[in-house]
Design a protein around this ligand. Structure first.
Ligand code: NIG
Ligand code: FE
Length: 410
């Protein structure tokens, strides 16, 4: 099937040869073609150019009437498979409890785990599918989804099977991450090594045997898992071919960034507590620093030092962290707004961070992240907008109009 998009006001993020990542000052460069056309063949971007050279042919044609075309967002960090919601903890937080206090009282991740354990695989799939459709309408074309609300072997496998089912039944490009060490189950409070052993010797072999995960994650932070526990899990996971994408330095200078880089993690995520030492380590690595500005917003955390990181020459990826506790939203347009307002990223930097760099952070950069010949045709047509900066500026307006995934309008 061939689809020709014509009269595109601005074709955003066009790259003749696509860079693997964008670092430092490169992040502010966003190549675009105004008054453009784009040809899609069999789900792949086949060609593009200026309207004055628009091809003539027997194509299904879509007239963009001056609206903009963006590559789909790559949301490289989410937890969209979960049961129910946690708005009562949201109210507790308004009344003054901290995220860590809620977690200590058995709320937080353990609360979601208790609900998930009582939810059937079919029901869990049904709830996650609603969120998958929601994020597609918001312009996301690729998403990484974590387990981590199972905490028992059986329930972690259940979550990962739901993610596999989403891979099979939605047009999203999906990567699955095993997050066995998300929180310590209450019954292991006095015996942490036994839980780590369960993760490494029971959960990992089983899920690897079924080929259920692409990555491994650990919540390496104050009050959750230590650097040594993280290292033990990452080492074992590497034997099963699972690269790391870890939660690090959200609540303290946890050493998470260092241990992630040591194990050649694909990404280290959150990074509210990033200092010069951490930046130095990241500069000498292939690990993508990933910021989750909606979590810092929703939990009123200290903001990660995005400007300093970019000025030091680092790349940055952005993701939503969509989950029931710390970021109950997967709306990437709002993530961009928060990155601009709270992290002082430029709109161009935020768009690069949510496309090319986040595609790298989930290892889909060969097929996604920009408008290039040969890449998957995952894109969206905006509503009428006057400029690129309008997208993060109009933070409450749904500016994604039509979505195409794998060359098909959805
Ligand atoms: O990324 N930080 C750890 N995990 C999630 C929160 C999960 C939850 O509260 O349910 C996060 O913020
Ligand atoms: Fe997370």
């Amino acid at each position: 099937m061939e689809v020709l998009l014509v009269n595109i006001g601005q074709l955003i993020q066009v790259r003749e040869s696509s860079p693997i990542t964008l670092k430092g000052s490169e992040m502010a460069e966003l190549p675009c073609i105004s008054d453009a056309w784009l040809l899609v063949k069999d789900g792949i971007i086949s060609d593009y150019g200026k309207m004055e050279n628009c091809p003539n042919g027997n194509y299904e044609t879509f007239n963009c009437k001056g609206r903009f075309v963006f590559p789909s967002w790559c949301d490289s960090h989410t937890h969209i498979v979960y049961a129910g919601s946690r708005e009562s903890e949201f109210v507790d937080k308004i009344k003054g409890l901290s995220y860590e206090e809620i977690a200590r009282r058995g709320g937080g991740i353990l609360n979601s785990a208790a609900r998930l354990q009582q939810t059937s695989e079919d029901e869990l799939y049904r709830q996650a599918l609603v969120r998958a459709h929601e994020i597609m309408q918001y312009g996301t074309g690729a998403v990484e989804i974590k387990s981590g609300y199972g905490l028992s072997t059986e329930d972690e496998l259940k979550m990962l099977r739901v993610i596999r089912r989403l891979k099979e039944t939605t047009p999203l490009t999906i990567k699955a991450t095993f997050l066995g060490a998300h929180a310590l189950p209450a019954e292991y409070k006095e015996n942490r090594p036994a839980f780590i052993h369960k993760v490494t010797h029971e959960m990992l072999p089983q899920l690897a045997g079924e080929g259920l995960a692409d990555f491994v994650d650990v919540f390496c932070d104050k009050g959750f898992f230590t650097v040594d526990e993280t290292a033990e899990i990452l080492e074992k996971a590497a034997h099963y071919g699972l690269q790391a994408k870890i939660h690090a330095n959200e609540l303290d200078y946890s050493g998470g960034i260092q241990v992630g880089v040591k194990f050649d993690a694909r990404s280290v995520d959150h990074l509210e507590y990033t200092g010069e030492k951490e930046m130095e380590v990241l500069l000498n690595s292939n690990t993508m620093p990933t910021l989750l500005p909606s979590t810092a917003f929703f939990l009123r955390l200290k903001q990660p030092p995005a400007r300093e990181m970019i000025e030091a020459g680092l790349p940055i990826a952005l993701a939503s962290d969509y989950n029931p506790g710390s970021s109950p939203s997967g709306r990437m347009q709002f993530i961009l707004s928060l990155a601009c307002v709270n992290l002082r990223m430029l709109p161009e930097e935020a768009i690069n961070a949510a496309t090319i760099n986040s595609a790298y952070a989930m290892n889909v950069h060969q097929e996604l992240g920009c408008i290039s010949k040969g890449k998957k045709a995952n894109l969206f047509v905006s509503h009428e907008i006057p400029s690129i900066a309008f997208l993060p500026y109009a933070f409450g307006t749904q500016l994604v109009d039509k979505v195409m995934l794998n060359g098909v309008w959805i």
